[in-house]
Design a protein around this ligand. Sequence first.
Ligand code: CDP
Length: 801
Amino acid sequence: MTTSTTESRALDEVKIGGLGSSRKRVEDDRFIRGKGNYVDDVVLPGMLHMEILRSPLPHARIKSIDTSRAWAIPGVHLVLTGEMMATRNLAWMPTLSYDTQAVLATDKVRFQGQEVACVIADDPYIAKDACEAIEVDYEPLPVIVNPVQGLAPDAPVIRDDKVGQADNVVYHWEVGDQAGTDRAFEQADVISTLECHYPRSHPSPIECCGSVADFNRATSKLTLYVTSQAPHIVRAAVAMVAELPEQMIRIISPDIGGGFGNKVPIYPGYVCSILASILLERPVKWIEDKTGNLISTGFARDVYLKGEMALRRDGKILAFRMHTDADHGAFFADAQPSKFKIGLMHSAFAAYDVPVAHLTARGIYTNKAPGGVAYRCSFRVTEAMFFQERMVQAAADDLGLDQAAFRRMNFVRDDDFPHRTPLGFLTDSGQYAKCLDVGLQAIGYENFKAEQAEARQRGKLLGLGISTMTEPLGAGNSREYDILGIKMFDSAEIKVHMSGKAIVRTGAKTQGQGHETTWAQIVAHELGIPADDVVVEEGDTDTAPFGMGTYASRSTPVAGAAVAMAARKIRAKARKLAAHLLEVSEEDIEWELGRFYVRSSPQRGASIQECAMAAYSNMPDGMEPGLENTSFYDPPNLTWPFAVYIVTVEVDPETGVWDVLRMVAVDDCGVRINPMIVEGQIMGGLTEAYAMASMQFITFDADGNCVGSNYMDYLLPTAWETPGFELHSEVVTPCPHHPIGAKGIGECAAVGGPAAFVNAVMDALGETGVRNIDMPVLPDRVWEALTYRRDVSGHPPVRQD
Ligand code: CDP
């Protein structure tokens, strides 16, 4: 902002709701009043309802399907099976990771809950009853519930539908310098090792998935209302799968009740509702129930992590090696940049100055629902950061060094940016040691250590866990990132009306993050139009410009940047209009927030609103009328926020129950557009981190039954269990390449938080020699570790017979 004269009439940025203003979320008004418009609120004339029949078995050959009883039920309009889908080439669909996924099973079912048939009827109850009337004859097959079973030489091949697939390996992938890493390990004084399992978790948005497909034969246009975080990707996928012309497809993602990555993939229910609408020429609604969502839609994590760190006696990290086995379930359906088979797992240790490293990754098919979605996470970053911080603590312990000092000694220094990590990323900026110091100061580190030692004398177990994280947010740049070949940039459109009010549209899709509030703040900052005069719309592919959607905290880094760039182009045109209105040349014009003025006589000015009116009523000769712009933003790099989370706990040695005493969070996400929204994002993320670390359990028994398919078993933390969080915002490192210096924040706390809780419990157990308890760190696991002084694995059970 230029304020070149003492007579400045610049607007007060915070008052007009610009950057740094904690303006209340405008979308909350309708949500709190129950006036949101979700997919299930969509009611169209003549609409029918669809229900899905799911497989009760995790692995079985389908011998026959008899739908005659279902067809006979009054009110049933259509029964779809895999065989019928196959005649239209729709039994299988491509996934976002170049695999295929069954829409409705034809040959076999490959996980419990897989879609086998669906019924379209007058109402959902008739459709459900009719599903139950379908008779499927299954021949059970041996079940694989973890990678060890999947890799066994005699394991049945789950994906025998794929030509040339002779085993259950999805991929092998590696990155880094193997020979250099081997050499560094030869020089090491100490080698530290760690193995752990990041368990399956489910994003579990409160609103389940659903769609309303409305094919209009008269116009040949398909409108799909759908719970999607990425409507333009759905449009492209529908065009591909259903072979409909893209211009005849309109995808509308109305209000979304939480996504967290669960609403990125394309699900069979969407495809079936589309086909049903085309066949019946009536709108067809499908709304998933909670168990359907929990057992069949995108799971996250389920990865076995193994690593070693080469260390010098004085604490310098010389190198690390990592191997991961990822359990992908029956279909490799991750939504992630195409060329990284294990997402951004190779961001591990990016905050540390490690000279050389090597990572290998293997994906394995099992008889589970597809896994690997980025649950509040940038494509496996959560697993990477979790392992990093568990490993760092183990290494500090092995060296007998203080864990905070060990981290500080190995952090990338403030003057080392941009920093090339050993696995290939270029981190942009940060003040890692400062964040750590703020956190340690806030928690009272030294005092706590003294208190902990004293408490131990009395048999009381206190622990302190530190976790740091830096995360590549904002996929991507088009050089390096694509999904199915589609480059990962984004766009924004701004239209300033003649009254100076504006509308912003982007290709992102808010699911509760507050884009309607914050995009308007960016416009207020760039143009001086009060945020209350700016309306934001997302989610309709007929009106929004193209975008890759909202996941991986990419909205602010990419779509938010596009909003700023579009606003700047509008300001450049408005400057010409101001020069025309003020009858001076453009070079004599200065800008201050909300107003252009004549440099030599600052009292002579034209507000942005006056320029807007001139764009429609008094433009200079030869100028195109109107004041609008669409900007495509291809980020030069990812943004790299940083955070330190510190937790103190007390563990009850009798029961293994642990309580959080305090949790301190220091987040540096660059410039904060809306500090209140940022705090909300951090608190939400920490709550999910606490849930993953302490209670959330969705696994599979030895027979492949999903355990945790309802909210009695899969726990969502309430305000009752959730500890209080103390947030610190004093460290701000503006992103050097983002137009307003912002970095992403949406998932940082969910990514970095879990390791802080686990590290705290492990610290409390310090003298037992226990090295690892897998998440969730349930009291019985802690009790087992304390009682038998052994590590506790959370691997899914395997049948011994
Ligand atoms: O992609 P997603 O919206 O999930 O994540 P994000 O870009 O990190 O943004 C989450 C919310 O925080 C949005 O409303 C952002 O505009 C806001 N935010 C902010 O106010 N300041 C930042 N530096 C980053 C995000």
